[in-house]
Design a protein around this ligand. Structure first.
Ligand code: ADP
Ligand code: ZN
Length: 607
C-alpha cells in the first residue's frame, strides 16, 4: 500500500505538477522521460527554450538515486542549482570554485543518498576520485548537457568531453541522456559516435522558435534606428545588442546611457571583474541592455531577454541563429532585429581576407557569409529560409517575420544592374561604390575629373535612380555574387563570372525594394494583458518579485517567470488554492511566495 502511494507520488507527472507547477509535458519531453525511466539512453536535440532541463531533472527525481549532470559552464551550474533549490530540490555542484571542505560535504551527501541532482564539470568527473565517489553512490542517470562540446569541429569543443565514454564503460546500466541545441546533422553524428550512443533513442525536435519575430532591414543610421526600435518597442526590456568591434560596443553602450537606457558593454577586452559584474547585473536587474561582441552569450540562461538586436552583420547564419536564439527562452514574444548595409559586407570581407588560415578556410568563410547575405536579401519568409538552412522544413510562411508581415516589393532591375556593372568595368574595376555612383549620376567631383571619367560612355547614364537606390543595387549585386569586393584595393568592386549573361542581355534580374523596418508595436504588446489596470498590476507584481529576489540574492526570473506573473494578472487568484493553479507555481514556491503575492494582488485591487 505504502509502496503504491510512493510510486504515485513520484511519477513524472506528479513531479511536474508538485515540484515545477506545470500541468503538462511539452512533447517530446514525455517520450524522453519515459525512455530514461525505462533505463534507456537518449539523444535530445531541442531548440533553446524548448525545455531540455526537465527531461533529465524529472527522471532524476523519479528514479532512485542521484542524477548526475555534466555541464561545461560553471556560471550556468550555479544558476541551475540556485533555481532548483528554490523548488525544494536537493541539489549541489562540484567544480573548481569549491574548497576542499565544501566539496567533501557534497560528496558525503551524495554517498548517503541525500542529493537529488549533482552538477559536475567534465574535467572533474573524469578524475579518479570522482569515479570512485560515483561508484560508491546510487546514480539515477547521467545527463550530458551541451553535448555538442564533443565535436572537434565546433567552436565549443572541450577535450574533456571526449573522456565521457568512460560513463558507458564504467556504468553500463545507468541511463544516459545527451542534450544539445546545435542543429546540424554532422554534429549529431559526432555526438553519437564519440559518446557511444548508438543504442540511444533519438529525439529531434524542430528548430523553430515561433515566438521570435525575425526582422532584417537596411541600415542607414544604425544607432538612430536602434533607438527608435527600443523606444517604440522595448523601452523597459532586457536585451542584447551585438556589434562587431569592441570599440563600437563601448561607444554604443555609452550612447544608449546618454539616451536614458541602462546599458553596459561586454567584450573579451574587458577585465574579468568588469565582465562578471556586467553579466551579473544583466541577470539580476530588470531592463538592462548589454552591448556585446560575440564574446557574450554562451552561459547566459536568462529567460526574459525580450530582444536581440544586431547593429552589424553576423558572419554566418549559424551565429545569427545562435545569437538571436538568446531572445525569448520563456516562450513569450521576443524580437530578433538586424540592420545591415553594403559597408557591413565590405568590412566582413576585409576581416576575412586579413584572417589567418589557408585558402580553403577563407573560401569556406566566404561561402558562409554568402549564405548570411542571401538570408538578408531574400524576398520570401525568413524563418522558412533559416530553418531550411539547418535542414528543417516549415511548410507555410511563418507570419512572424518582416517579409511575411509586409511583403517586400521587387522591381525589374535588369537595366540598372547592367549599368552598374558597366560602370565598374569601364573604370577598370578599381573603384568603390561611392565613386561608381558618382560616375553613373554624372557628378562633378574632383575625382571624376582627376581620372577623366567624365569622358566615359557610362558617365551620367544613371540619372533615374538616386544615391540610395544605386547603393541598394550595388549591395544586392554583391550579396548575390555578381560582384565582389577587392580588398587589396580598399573595397573596389569587381565583376564576377556570374554577371556575364546579365551583361550580354541573356538574363533579367529582380531586386528588392529597400523599405524601412516598420515598428511592430501595435501588433505585439510585451505581455498580453487586456487592460491598463492589468498592466499596472503586472508592475506591482514585478516589484513584489524583485523584493523576494533581492532577499534571496537571486535573479527575479528565478522567483517566477514573466509568464507566471502574467497569468496572475489575468486570473487574479484570491487564495492559496487558486494561486496553486497558476502555471509555474509548485508546492515550494506556493508556500514561500504565495502569501506575499496574494497580498500584493489584494492590495492592488482594493486600492
Ligand atoms: P532549454 O534548456 O531547452 O533552453 P529550459 O529547460 O531552460 O530550456 O526551459 C525553457 C523554459 O520552459 C523554462 O522556463 C521552463 O521552466 C519552461 N518549461 C519547460 N517545460 C515546461 C512545461 N512542460 N510546461 C511549462 N513550462 C515548461
Ligand atoms: Zn515568415
Amino acid at each position: 500500500m505504502t509502496a503504491a502511494i510512493e510510486t504515485v507520488q513520484h511519477s513524472p507527472q506528479s513531479i511536474l505538477e508538485t515540484v515545477f507547477g506545470f500541468d503538462q509535458f511539452r512533447p517530446p519531453q514525455d517520450a524522453i522521460i519515459d525512455t530514461l525511466m525505462a533505463g534507456g539512453d537518449a539523444l535530445v536535440l531541442m531548440p533553446t527554450g524548448g525545455g531540455k532541463s526537465l527531461c533529465y531533472q524529472i527522471p532524476a527525481l523519479a528514479r532512485e538515486g542521484c542524477g548526475v549532470v555534466i555541464s561545461p559552464l560553471i556560471a550556468l551550474m550555479q544558476d541551475q542549482v540556485n533555481a532548483l533549490k528554490l523548488l525544494g530540490v536537493r541539489t549541489a555542484f562540484l567544480n573548481s570554485t569549491l574548497d576542499f571542505s565544501e566539496a567533501q560535504e557534497i560528496e558525503q551527501a551524495l554517498r548517503s543518498g541525500n542529493l537529488d541532482l549533482l552538477y559536475i564539470a567534465p574535467e572533474r568527473l573524469t578524475q579518479a576520485r570522482s569515479i570512485e565517489l560515483l561508484k560508491a553512490s546510487k546514480i539515477a542517470l547521467f545527463a550530458i548537457d551541451e553535448a555538442h562540446c564533443v565535436s572537434q569541429w565546433g567552436h565549443d569543443f572541450r577535450a574533456d568531453y571526449l573522456q565521457l565514454t568512460l560513463l558507458h564503460e564504467l556504468f553500463p546500466d545507468i541511463p544516459r541522456v545527451a542534450l544539445t541545441a546545435t542543429a546540424d546533422a554532422r554534429t549529431r553524428q559526432e555526438i553519437v559516435s564519440r559518446l557511444q550512443l548508438d543504442q540511444a533513442s533519438q529525439f529531434i525536435a524542430g528548430f523553430d522558435r515561433p515566438n521570435i519575430r525575425y526582422r532584417i532591414g537596411l541600415k542607414n543610421n544604425g544607432k538612430q534606428q536602434l533607438l527608435k526600435f527600443l523606444k517604440e518597442e522595448h523601452p523597459h526590456d532586457a536585451g542584447i545588442v551585438y556589434c562587431l568591434s569592441r570599440r563600437k560596443t563601448e561607444e554604443v553602450a555609452q550612447w544608449l546611457r546618454d539616451q536614458g537606457f541602462t546599458a553596459m558593454a561586454y567584450h573579451a577586452g574587458l577585465s574579468a571583474e568588469i565582465r562578471a559584474s556586467n553579466q551579473a547585473r544583466f541577470l539580476r536587474e530588470e531592463g538592462i541592455i548589454i552591448v556585446a561582441t560575440i564574446a557574450f552569450g554562451m552561459g547566459i540562461d536568462k529567460p526574459d531577454v525580450r530582444f536581440v538586436a544586431h547593429l552589424d552583420l553576423p558572419k554566418t547564419v549559424e551565429s545569427y541563429y545562435q545569437e538571436t536564439g538568446r531572445a525569448g527562452r520563456d516562450g513569450l514574444p521576443a524580437d530578433a532585429w538586424l540592420v545591415y548595409g553594403l559597408q557591413d559586407v565590405i568590412k566582413l570581407r576585409q576581416m576575412m581576407e586579413g584572417s589567418q588560415g589557408n585558402e580553403e578556410h577563407k573560401r569556406a568563410e566566404q561561402h558562409r557569409l554568402n549564405a548570411m547575405l542571401g538570408l538578408c536579401e531574400i524576398t520570401s519568409c525568413r524563418r522558412q529560409a533559416l530553418l531550411a538552412y539547418f535542414g528543417d522544413e516549415l511548410e507555410k510562411p511563418c507570419g512572424n517575420c518582416d517579409t511575411c508581415l509586409q511583403a517586400p516589393e521587387t522591381w525589374d532591375a535588369t537595366e540598372a544592374a547592367r549599368k552598374a556593372l558597366s560602370a565598374a568595368w569601364r573604370t577598370g574595376q578599381r573603384f568603390g561604390v561611392n565613386h561608381l555612383i558618382d560616375v553613373l549620376r554624372g557628378s562633378n567631383s574632383d575625382k571624376i575629373f582627376q581620372f577623366e571619367h567624365q569622358n566615359l560612355p557610362v558617365y551620367g547614364i544613371g540619372d533615374e535612380l538616386d544615391n540610395n537606390q544605386w547603393r541598394s543595387v550595388f549591395r544586392q549585386l554583391v550579396a548575390r555574387g555578381y560582384m565582389s569586393v577587392d580588398m587589396e584595393r580598399y573595397g573596389a568592386l569587381r565583376l564576377e563570372e556570374k554577371c556575364r549573361p546579365l551583361l550580354r542581355g541573356e538574363q533579367a534580374i529582380e531586386l528588392r525594394k529597400d523599405i524601412k523596418l516598420k515598428s511592430a508595436k501595435a501588433k505585439k504588446p510585451k505581455v498580453e494583458l487586456a487592460s491598463d489596470a492589468d498592466v499596472d498590476l503586472f508592475e506591482a507584481l514585478r516589484a513584489c518579485r524583485k523584493q523576494f529576489a533581492d532577499e534571496l540574492n537571486v535573479p527575479p526570473y528565478m522567483i517566477f517567470h514573466d509568464s507566471t506573473l502574467q497569468e496572475m494578472c489575468i486570473s487574479k487568484p484570491r487564495n492559496m488554492e487558486e494561486f496553486a493553479e497558476i502555471s509555474g507555481v509548485g508546492e515550494q514556491k506556493l508556500e514561500k511566495y504565495g502569501p506575499g503575492f496574494l497580498e500584493a494582488i489584494t492590495r492592488f485591487q482594493s486600492a
